[in-house]
Design a protein around this ligand. Structure first.
Ligand code: ATP
Length: 302
């Protein structure tokens, strides 16, 4: 039997599609890949981190296409193993946010995304690191990090839980002050490091971010009065946040981000920094972190 030349990694827990529909998609992937002359292999993940192991093995074996069916977390786990390899990533979005897929214009319809991933052309994009943690879409501190941590505590996932968690977090949140490359940035509502332009769900935090420019957009939102919530929300989803006087952005290759520690109260905890990388909550040691771009480091199938 010929060797596999197309690996498909499926996180069975991602998203909210019923099992029967996920099974039908598996069958569709195999049929479509074979129709295009590939010998596909499909592997379902059994634990967190499994996608990284599978993708790394595929890259070592010389497989040139690895498709991932999952949310931003599984996309991140797969993509991190494919950085700086000749193996290209195909995304079949199955999560609640799908930030990188949406930014790249990958269809949200699974069959269309499958076709694109199987027959698409490999295109180089940038990736990034928060300390040593790889990310591909956005990472951040402040409110968005607080929401990521609060969301992770919820027993049920999904958009409805996310909206409720965000609403509750908004009333508890206390902005801290930050330094960006040792320059005081003042108290900030949020501090986003954007490789791609959106968090997911078409929430465009960095309207001008370009995944292939060799730069990160370091975007901040200053604290704003309660009556501005609707306006800022509207601009976020309308991709016009750059018109807000509370928003600013600077393109950087790398940056040191530090929290000013004399602010009180502090939601991060002593000598730790709440952060997120591609929406996954991370707790960083100390009050400082670094971010850097890895230009042209990942091939994606588009
Ligand atoms: N078999 C598994 N059992 C438990 N966890 C898994 C398994 N496979 C993958 N994971 C973990 O599930 C996490 C979340 O998955 P993913 O982000 O794909 O889905 P999601 O949570 O539905 O999407 P979103 O983040 O968009 O809401 C991943 O970071 C991965 O570590």
């Amino acid at each position: 039997m010929p060797a596999t030349d197309l690996l498909v990694i499926i996180n069975p827990l991602s998203g909210t599609l019923p099992l029967a529909q996920k099974e039908a998609l598996r069958t569709y992937i195999v049929a479509e890949a074979q129709r295009q002359g590939f010998q596909p292999e499909i592997i379902t993940t059994t634990h967190a981190g499994h996608a990284t192991e599978l993708a790394a093995q595929a890259a070592r074996s010389g497989i040139r296409r690895v498709l991932v069916m999952g949310g931003d977390g599984t996309v991140n786990e797969t993509a991190r193993a494919l950085r700086k390899t000749a193996t290209a990533l195909g995304i079949i979005p199955m999560g609640s946010g799908n930030g990188l897929a949406r930014h790249l214009g990958i269809p949200m319809n699974p069959q269309k995304a499958i076709q694109k991933a199987i027959s698409g052309r490999p295109v180089l994009i940038d990736s990034a690191e928060l300390n040593e943690l790889p990310f591909f879409c956005t990472a951040g501190l402040g409110f968005e990090a607080y929401v990521a941590h609060e969301f992770a505590k919820q027993p049920v996932r999904g958009l409805q839980t996310y909206v409720r968690t965000t609403y509750q977090a908004f009333w508890n949140y206390q902005p801290a002050s930050y330094l960006i490359n040792n320059v005081p940035a003042g108290p900030l509502f949020s501090l986003t490091i954007a490789n791609a332009a959106q968090f997911g769900n078409n929430a465009w935090i960095a309207p001008n971010a370009n995944v292939s420019d060799g730069l990160l957009d370091v975007c901040l939102i200053r604290p704003f009065p309660g009556h501005m919530v609707a306006m800022i929300g509207w601009q976020l989803f309308n991709r016009t946040l750059n018109q807000s006087s509370y928003w600013a952005s600077q393109p950087l290759r790398q940056a040191t981000l530090a929290k000013v520690t004399d602010d009180a109260p502090d939601l991060d905890g002593p000598d730790t920094l709440l952060a997120h990388a591609d929406g996954e909550p991370v707790l960083l040691p100390g009050n400082e972190c670094t971010v850097r771009v890895l230009p042209a480091s990942l091939l994606v199938l588009l």
